[in-house]
Ligand binder design. Structure first.
Ligand code: SAM
Ligand code: DTB
Ligand code: SF4
Length: 340
């Protein structure tokens, strides 16, 4: 044990017992104690929690597609799709349902069980929401789980997506409240919580996480995890992104996060949100096989699978298959996914 003494075990048990229906309240100090514990203690604890709730050798595969790329009016300092930054990302129109379905079919054939459609919008216009609803309906009918990330939703829009068959809505709080203003000025974190509340109310599963490696402190990372874990209930899916640095964005040139600190962030997410799918998200292309393996040991049980994220690269599907073989990991079968 480390200086954190028994506290790492006590705080972890509290969250674990909370199950998924009743969220335990996590203090920033208790999450900081997790971050500050020794790497071995933290990973041991994360594995105990992981193995209690999941098959630790099974990883869920989600494929992303940018259905509307570029030209976004927001100013998220990490994002290559913000119109105000010169990043070379072309501004494209909303894709047709036929194109989306053919990409979804290919993703399913490669083994993905969830298909996530992303749009570079501050919030969707009503006529665009209707088009995306049509895409959701078509993708769902292929037997895939559906996810969308379209920005802030107005009254009634989440309900429409639910009716179309949307299983998950991705909307990230991105970073700790103390650092949020350094990253985005065109919408507040409260705006994000409001959208998340309407998603919950509509009965859609919440996919909500953040980005690390944006120059934030450990305490900001702990604050991000604390805020996610204290949502009641906490999100069903928690994407942990490592900043993909894109030339032309304000965050290009930021010091990279220590890879072990990234692994610690995954472990803290697993311990505080025991039943969530913790997704090792953006940044895998820049990550070694060894750090991938540590992330899986730390409780990550989902990845974005396929050669592209939204506008940036992701490892080739074949190289992920090889990594899975080397580690004895298997893709999570569709029938093992939640069906509530
Ligand atoms: N426009 C919508 C929104 O922001 O809610 C949906 C698409 S947006 C690209 C989805 C998420 O991708 C962001 O919330 C952010 O967490 C993540 N993201 C965007 N650019 C990233 C980057 N360069 N590195 C890591 N994650 C990124
Ligand atoms: C999430 O948390 N990460 C994904 C998904 N949700 C939509 C997006 C990552 C985007 C990385 C930068 C890009 O490819 O444009
Ligand atoms: Fe727009 Fe989303 Fe990128 Fe922010 S993260 S600039 S809202 S596409």
């Amino acid at each position: 044990m480390t200086d954190a003494g028994g506290s790492i075990h006590e705080v972890a048990d509290a969250g674990e017992q909370a199950g998924h229906d009743r969220s335990e309240f996590w203090t920033l100090d208790s999450v900081m104690a997790l971050f500050d514990s020794s790497f071995a203690d933290l990973l041991y604890r994360a594995q105990q929690v992981h193995r209690k709730h999941f098959d630790a050798n099974s990883v869920q595969l989600s494929t992303l597609l940018s259905v509307k790329t570029g030209g976004c009016p927001e100013d998220c300092a990490y994002c290559p799709q913000a119109a105000r930054f010169q990043t070379g990302v072309e501004n494209e129109q909303l894709m047709s349902t036929e194109e989306v379905v053919s990409m979804a079919r290919a993703a399913k054939e490669r083994g993905a069980t969830r298909f996530c459609m992303g749009a570079a919008w501050r919030s969707p216009k009503q006529r665009d929401l209707e088009k995306v609803s049509e895409m959701v309906r078509a993708v769902k009918s292929l037997g895939l789980e559906t996810c969308a990330t379209l920005g802030m939703l107005q009254d009634g829009q989440a309900g429409q997506l639910k009716t179309a068959g949307l299983d998950y809505y991705n909307h990230n709080i991105d970073t700790g409240a103390d650092y949020y203003g350094e990253i985005i000025s065109t919408r507040t974190q409260q705006d994000r919580y409001d959208t998340l509340a309407s998603v919950r109310e509509a009965g859609i599963h919440v996919c909500c996480g953040g980005i690390v490696g944006m120059g934030e402190s450990r305490s900001t990372r702990a604050e991000l995890i604390t805020s996610l874990a204290n949502m009641d209930p906490y999100p069903e899916s928690v994407p942990i992104n490592n900043l993909v640095q894109v030339e032309g964005t304000p965050l290009h040139g930021t010091d990279n996060i220590d890879p072990f600190e990234f692994v610690r962030t995954i472990a803290c997410a697993r311990i505080t949100m025991p039943r969530a799918m913790v997704r090792l998200s953006a940044g895998r292309e820049q990550m070694s096989d060894e750090i991938h393996a540590l992330c899986f040991l730390a409780g990550a049980n989902s990845i974005f699978y396929g050669d592209k994220l939204l506008t940036t690269g992701n490892p080739q599907a074949e190289s992920d298959r090889q990594l899975f073989n080397r580690l004895g990991l298997v893709p999570m079968a569709a029938e093992d996914l939640r069906n509530d």
